[in-house]
Design a protein around this ligand. Sequence first.
Ligand SMILES: Cc1cc2nc3c(=O)[nH]c(=O)nc-3n(C[C@H](O)[C@H](O)[C@H](O)COP(=O)(O)OP(=O)(O)OC[C@H]3O[C@@H](n4cnc5c(N)ncnc54)[C@H](O)[C@@H]3O)c2cc1C
Length: 466
Amino acid sequence: MRYVIAGNSVATVAAIEAIRKRDDKGEIVVISPEARTAYCRPLITYHLAGQVPAERLPYRQEGFYKAQGVRVLYNRALEGLEPEKGRVVLTGGEKLEFDRLLLAIGATPFIPPIERVEGPGVYPFTSMDHMEAVEAQLKDWREVVVVGAGMIGIKTAEALHARGVKVTIVELLDKILPIVLDEASSAWARETLEKAGVEYVLGDSVVAVERNAQGDVKGVTLRSGTFIPCQGVIVAVGVRPNVAPLSGSGVDINKGVLVDDRMETSLENVFAAGDVVEAYDLILGAKRPIQLWPLAYRQGLIAGANMAGGRKRYVGGFPINSVGFLGFKVASAGLSTVEPGVEEESFEVMVFEDKERGVYRKVVVGNNRLMGFLLLNDTSRAGVYSGLIWSRMDISLFKDALVEEVSMPEACRLAAYGLEPWSFESMRDFRRMGWALFPRSYRKHFTAMPSRIEEVCAFESEVCTI
Ligand SMILES: Cc1cc2nc3c(=O)[nH]c(=O)nc-3n(C[C@H](O)[C@H](O)[C@H](O)COP(=O)(O)OP(=O)(O)OC[C@H]3O[C@@H](n4cnc5c(N)ncnc54)[C@H](O)[C@@H]3O)c2cc1C
């Protein structure tokens, strides 16, 4: 049996481990355009900032591939797929046959139509190559424009700021972290940027990169006509599933590669996992790309197991993020941007705010199920909230107290028996009550899932291990 895996990142590592659990003899070949072992992509901005040393970047070392009996074809990319012949086409026209194929080729940065965006001084920021290219330019950059105030844009802006560069963020929408924050929390984020001296422009977009006669960047022009001088531009307006190498292959693609709950594509024996796929979103109840490390890992595990004859199913995932920048900490999941007060009929939004401590806690409830949360600065409840989303349990008993300054077991006792939160009686049953509240499925997720937000998303402080 020959397993061919295109891509060499987290989904691939998980798939290798899952295959080897079931098949220690089959040949595994990995196709890796980047000449390096799998690395912790979410750490590249922290490395640029000088907060994470180079030795913490590899997710797996060369020894891992050796120990697992994996042959890695470095500097080669998947360029085509001939499913009827059971083979892939690689760089230079080389062909490689497979019995099972995994597409784990990730996502590519989206470059919007901006005049003169092609050329030196303009970079996306999604790979080690981008990071090294930007780092090499730092000696010549005094001012940089970061296009996009999403997760990657903000983290890159923070890193450049830490390296002493004057940063201006330009965001088309009217919020910082627009797909994560609501109005109130975005205001807090703006305040954080202002205090740190990072400039930003919201509700505007870069329409042209201005270059001098030598082609070097001298600034950008915005739709409003504003000119911002800079020597470098980072384009961070999002990523798209990397489906270009699959065109004409016959594999079903919408925005990403479509997979069933076994992570198999529309082509037999061809599986896909990670940022390249469109998989089930538990909250929306539909398939869509959700480009997150823990989901890529879990999808890789499931794909690998099924490629080797297993019967694992992917139940779905949902967006879940934890990001810290300039001392501002945000954890969010699901429908975190629903505004309090303007909720649609189907949602209830509860908010707890303590301006003095900088704490903002919001939950979004739909049909008595937790559909999303947003936590600023005190992110300690992220694990419990994400467990509640996972479990899809009915939270009507304690939903009103969910954001309050009492723990959830206490909230339930209060709701159920009207007891004082810190009474001896409440405390005595604290632990038992806590676990008893959650169904088995939840407990399993809470204790064993690799998607516990504190473990896998807190890349700023921990080595990215699963
Ligand atoms: C700066 C940054 C910060 C991030 N922060 C977070 C975070 O805090 N939390 C979080 O959950 N997620 C974060 N992410 C997203 C996370 O890194 C991705 O979801 C995850 O890496 C996806 O893994 P993957 O296995 O699908 O592939 P990727 O990590 O996208 O890697 C794709 C692999 O495919 C290879 N490849 C590309 N084209 C081809 C081809 N034609 N043939 C063969 N191989 C190919 C690439 O070389 C690479 O090895 C961040 C991403 C970035 C860029």
